[in-house]
Write a protein that binds this ligand. Structure first.
Ligand SMILES: *Cc1c(COP(=O)(O)O)cnc(C)c1O
Length: 372
């Protein structure tokens, strides 16, 4: 049995009729960029997250860049974030000319350790970007309390956590603004690129709307230097169909995560630890094990999908390592050496999942035999 890490095609086939109908209607509408589906999706996402506004852009990275830019964050400013994320989180900070300040992670949740944030705040600190990594919300109450005390902006990187919640409130509504990605592999994924910013701040939403369209509120009248970062109608129509199913897909992910934990007991794995205050949406199912290299070899030889998220902490990436050569962040450095993702997607069958667990058990037993 060959099992992919994520089966995007199975996701499409499960909603094929609805999606085909919506795409066909866009194609025959003659309206392809920032049209009625985009407007409707923005309303629906704002309502889903519980914010007043949602503004779509071309991708999740742009969501972060435009949001930082709209807040006026730039050269000379510092932005505190997690070193355990996709590169885009830090890249967006650098792209607007600000400096990422990396704060180590909490060993159990893999999210930023809020207890280590305060000692990194300086006169130049303007914002914090917590990342809800792998689908689990960061400890937002603690982060917001700090931010309010120091007058800092909090932008959630919620790209991996749409539908997750923290103390009864959805991601997207936990900070001053939040950024989402609709990259195909995300929990709410299109069939191309897409992104969204949610906020209750009307002025911010208006600025992002202007920036995404070349710094223009009125066509061909440009009041500042902006971007070309728009969502197209086909993606919006697809996302509107998928949004209706998002909660049940996330529920399926949680059920499967629970099941993995039962199936894989006693093999020395570090399991994802779900914060009791949060509802996790398991964008990825992450295990930790000191013998990662052997396990991955075993999975690959059995054609079971796996991946390393992320092999290099952000402060050690080629693009950054000169700037951060003097810092060490032991918890993220350890996590990046031991963690790996195994197959998890809403359409995964129990049979497929049992197969993955059984093969993992065999692989662990093999590595134990060879190390005797
Ligand atoms: C996917 C992702 C992004 C970037 O989103 P794109 O749509 O690929 O630009 C940013 N941050 C995190 C944590 C992500 O997972």
């Amino acid at each position: 049995m060959k099992i992919p890490l994520i089966d995007l095609k199975a996701g499409y086939l499960s909603l094929k009729d609805e999606i085909d109908t919506s795409v066909t209607s866009v194609l025959s509408s003659g309206n392809y960029i920032l049209g009625p589906n985009v407007q409707a999706l923005e309303k629906e996402i704002a309502q889903y997250c519980g914010t007043k506004f949602a503004v779509s852009v071309a991708n999740g990275t742009d969501a972060l860049v435009l949001c930082l830019d709209a807040y006026g964050i730039g050269p000379g400013d510092e932005v505190i974030t997690s070193p355990y994320s996709f590169f885009a989180t830090a890249e967006a900070i650098s792209r607007v000319g600000a400096i990422p300040i990396f704060v180590d992670i909490d060993e159990a949740s893999y999210n930023i350790d809020y207890k280590k944030i305060e000692s990194n705040i300086t006169k130049r600190t303007k914002a914090i970007i917590p990342v809800h990594l792998f689908g689990q919300p960061a400890p937002m109450d603690n982060i917001m309390e700090l931010a309010n005390r120091y007058n800092l902006i909090v932008i959630e990187d919620a790209c991996q956590a749409i539908g997750a919640s923290y103390r009864g409130r959805k991601t997207g509504a936990l900070g001053h603004a939040a950024c989402f990605s609709f990259f195909p592999t995300k929990n709410l994924g299109g069939y191309g690129d897409g992104g969204m910013i949610t906020t209750n701040n009307e002025e911010l939403a208006g600025r992002i709307r202007m920036l995404r369209a070349h710094g223009s509120s009125k066509k061909y009248y440009n009041s500042e230097i902006g971007y070309n970062s728009r969502l197209d109608e086909i993606q919006a129509a697809i996302l509107r169909v998928k949004l209706k199913h998002l909660d049940s897909f996330n529920e399926a992910r949680r059920t499967k995560a629970e099941r993995y934990k039962n199936l894989l007991q006693g093999l020395g794995f570090k399991f994802p630890e779900a914060d009791s205050e949060a509802v996790h949406v398991y964008h990825l199912y992450i295990l930790g094990h000191p013998k990662r290299a052997e396990i991955i070899k075993g999975l690959e030889s059995r054609q079971i999908g796996c991946g390393i998220y992320y092999p290099v902490p952000l402060h050690q990436q080629e693009a950054y390592k000169q700037l951060y050569s003097d810092i060490s962040l032991p918890f993220v450095e350890a996590a990046s050496k031991e963690t790996f993702a195994i197959p998890l997607f809403p359409e995964m069958s129990d049979e497929q999942q049992t197969f993955v667990a059984t093969e993992l058990r065999k692989i662990i037993e093999e590595t134990q035999r060879t190390s005797l």
